[in-house]
Design a protein around this ligand. Structure first.
Ligand code: BGC
Length: 459
């Protein structure tokens, strides 16, 4: 019984440490919004250079996630996490002491590479360590950490904005980076990767420490061993008849997570709120902080529901709520002189972020980390994550030009259209994986089941 309690806490402890990667992801993508006001003055940046400075981190993330698939398959999930934490420290220090905007951009690209690699390794590691019944919860800890990181960045920006200390805004990121570095050194390797590389004895030892009973550990080891095939990870395998649908589904989820407009809110909320009538910059920033806090609160609410209600119901409810709140914002901005515009905008943004936090936010990371068979898991997730970063960058880069072209009203209508399309795609292509082991999902793929049925137990 003592061992039971110990192993249950251990898995939460391990997961919390790995999820610090998410915290750094949120912090380093969010911190720029406040720092930018002062960097712009210090380095005399043109509007074009502002865009380059903001997007440099996204470019780095795209590069990092594209390169990381091979790395984690070769070196293992654990070593990759250690490297990621080290790169976070280096990137943070470069940005904090940058003497020119070029140096700042280099630092941001390096940070981006850590974010991109981390955003891929952390959910993968969490999914592979978690017991099936708590997988949704444990992987979503990473998304919770992202939202906490964003709020922390807003708070730090606010605190240092009085003196314009942008170096400290970046520099504070070194604290979680160091914590991650120290913590990851002690984390165990993923038992699934160990079996894949032929280290079954080591995998058995890890499973024995993180599962409540020896019987459970043995059964899981057996399941993993049976699910391994001799096939080497390759693009050809990803496009094979059995795996292709899963691959497309993961790309679709990454696409929809971004093109439904989340980062228009995360990166540009103060700008949009100012246009809606919250004239003063400080009021707009405080309203943005409130949105960040709602993001955290609703991610917490989603945590237990993902393994209880399941992935599909939450996706439907969330996407529907996002759709209606975007339509409300679109209508409100169509009549810019209406007195109630700012309250409709604020209210709909809160509903939008709450719905995102309970659906596409956590579900994209969760589903892409559980849906691939082990032999192509690293490669498949890394491509899906790269697609996510590519569309993240596209949304960030096109937002201002889209507002010029079709107004805020048209922009929200466009995002709403993607929500609607997302609902249809979820209905036809997303399986319910609640409570199903990774090996069951994998067996279903190899048995040629339809996407919708991949979460159904074969036994
Ligand atoms: C998305 C980010 C977004 C964040 C907001 C993540 O799941 O990938 O693009 O900024 O959620 O909470």
């Amino acid at each position: 019984m003592r061992q039971k309690v110990h192993s249950r806490y251990l898995i939460y402890f391990i997961s919390a440490f790995a999820a610090i990667t998410g915290l750094l992801f949120g912090y380093d993508t969010g911190v720029i919004s406040g720092a930018l006001l002062f960097i712009r003055q210090d380095f005399h940046l043109s509007s074009a250079m502002v865009g380059v400075t903001v997007s440099s981190v996204l470019l780095g993330a795209l590069l990092g996630s594209a390169m990381s698939g091979k790395m984690t398959d070769k070196m293992g999930r654990h070593k990759s996490l250690v490297i990621v934490s080290f790169v976070f420290i280096i990137g943070t220090l470069i940005t904090a002491i940058a003497a020119s905007n070029q140096q700042l951009i280099i630092g941001r690209i390096i940070l981006g590479m850590a974010i991109g690699t981390g955003s891929f390794v952390a959910p993968l590691y969490l999914a592979e360590m978690a017991p099936p019944k708590a997988r949704g919860f444990l992987v979503t800890l990473n998304q919770l950490a992202i939202t906490l990181g964003i709020v922390a960045a807003y708070v730090v920006d606010y605190v240092f904005s009085g003196q314009g200390e942008w170096r400290w805004m970046f520099g504070c990121g070194v604290v979680p980076a160091l914590l991650l570095f120290i913590g990851t050194v002690f984390l165990p390797e993923s038992p699934r990767w160990l079996v894949l590389k032929g280290f079954s004895a080591e995998a058995a030892a890890v499973l024995e420490t993180i599962r409540p009973t020896a019987a459970e550990a043995n059964q899981e080891l057996l399941d993993i061993q049976q699910s391994i095939t001799e096939k080497k990870p390759s693009w050809r395998l990803l496009f094979s008849k059995a795996i292709r649908p899963v691959f497309y589904m993961s790309l679709g989820l990454s696409f929809f997570q971004q093109v439904t407009g989340i980062n228009a809110v995360i990166y540009y909320a103060p700008t949009i709120l100012q246009q809606a009538g919250f004239g003063k910059a400080t009021t707009a920033i405080l309203a943005t902080l409130a949105i960040g806090i709602f993001n955290v609160v609703f991610t917490v609410i989603a945590l237990p529901l993902i393994d209880c209600w399941g992935r599909r119901p939450l996706l439907f409810m969330g996407l529907t709520g996002m759709f209606f709140s975007l339509i409300a914002q679109s209508i409100a901005f169509y009549f810019p002189h209406l007195e109630c515009l700012r309250w409709v905008t604020m209210g709909s943004m809160i509903i939008y972020i709450a719905c995102f936090a309970m659906s596409l936010g956590p579900m994209m990371w969760l589903l892409i980390s559980e849906i691939f068979p082990l032999e192509v898991r690293g490669l498949g997730i890394s491509i899906a994550v790269s697609v996510c970063w590519a569309f993240n960058m596209l949304v960030a880069l096109t937002l201002m030009s889209l507002i010029d072209f079709c107004g805020v009203s048209g922009l929200f209508l466009l995002y709403a259209a993607f929500c609607l399309l997302g609902i249809v795609c979820v209905y036809y292509f997303v399986p319910e994986t609640k409570g199903c082991s990774l090996e069951q999902i994998e067996n279903n793929i190899h048995a040629g089941k339809q996407l919708r049925e991949l979460g159904v137990s074969l036994k």
